[in-house]
Design a protein around this ligand. Structure first.
Ligand code: PGA
Length: 252
């Protein structure tokens, strides 16, 4: 059985004290949602330690939004996978479209970041997704396949076993436009086929999350599709009630 996952990507939002309050509110409401749902919160680096403390005992797991491509040394401003792991993080988001678009992250960089994450025992949440132009040109499947082949295909089967994939169409991120459940299912199913071509039956165990304006009103519909195993949530992860309500989108 694949894990059902609801992961919150807080991006560059909240001050540490606000993040702690948000985490406490999510932890306080956790028991409203089926235990079968695996919640992850990914705050900014500055909040990892206090948010980890705020989540203690809740079963909610911590993730980071990125990590350095190098292990340590003279890389001003970078945060290493080891530093992140030392705060209690278990996951790290890699290859988010905002990192690819604004910070020029390429497959070569992402391969190095993946290696660092695995070396420190962090499970990557690897993001893929096409932009509007690519979708309109009918190239979305090809774009996503390339993003998987150039990074995920290099993993060993052992590494692949802990990988989570997030499909996030760039045109749906923060825009209020959501992919329809049919569009999500089509591409999630395709992603699973691409994974199976390299990793065989293990592809059935890989959780593939949908991201892009996922909210309480559309989560249940999206999560009802067989290959949609949860969501990577941006805006709606900043309100505890909305984040928890998205978790309720899984039928018990
Ligand atoms: P959104 O962001 O839910 O605000 O669209 C999702 C993401 O970028 O992870």
């Amino acid at each position: 059985m694949r894990k059902k996952i609801v992961a919150g990507n807080w991006k560059m939002n909240t001050l540490p004290a606000e993040g702690v309050e948000l985490a406490k509110a999510i932890a306080a409401g956790r028991d409203q949602v089926c235990e079968c749902v695996h919640f992850i919160v990914c705050p900014p680096f500055t909040h990892l330690l206090p948010v980890h403390d705020a989540l203690r005992g809740s079963g909610i797991v911590l993730g980071a939004q990125d990590c350095a491509a190098e292990a340590k040394g003279a890389y001003t401003g970078e945060v290493s996978a080891a530093m992140i792991a030392a705060t209690g993080c278990r996951y790290v988001i890699l290859g988010h479209s905002e990192r690819r678009q604004y910070y020029g992250e390429t497959a070569a960089t992402l391969n190095r970041k993946m290696a660092q994450a695995y070396a420190e025992g962090l499970a990557p949440i690897y993001c893929v997704g096409e932009n509007l132009e690519e979708r309109e040109a009918g190239r979305h499947l090809e774009v996503v396949r390339t993003q998987i082949e150039e990074v995920v295909y290099r993993l060993t089967p052992e590494q692949f076993a802990s990988l989570v994939i997030a499909y996030e169409p760039v045109w749906a991120i923060g825009t209020g436009k959501t992919a329809t459940a049919e569009q999500a299912q089509e591409i999630h199913h395709y992603i699973r086929e691409v994974l199976a071509a390299r990793f065989g039956a293990a592809a059935e165990e890989c959780s593939i999350l949908y991201g892009g304006s996922c909210k309480p009103s559309n989560a249940a519909e999206l999560f009802s599709r067989p290959d949609v195993d949860g969501g990577l949530i941006g805006g709606a992860a900043l309100k505890a009630d909305d984040f928890l309500a998205i978790g309720k989108g899984f039928a018990r």
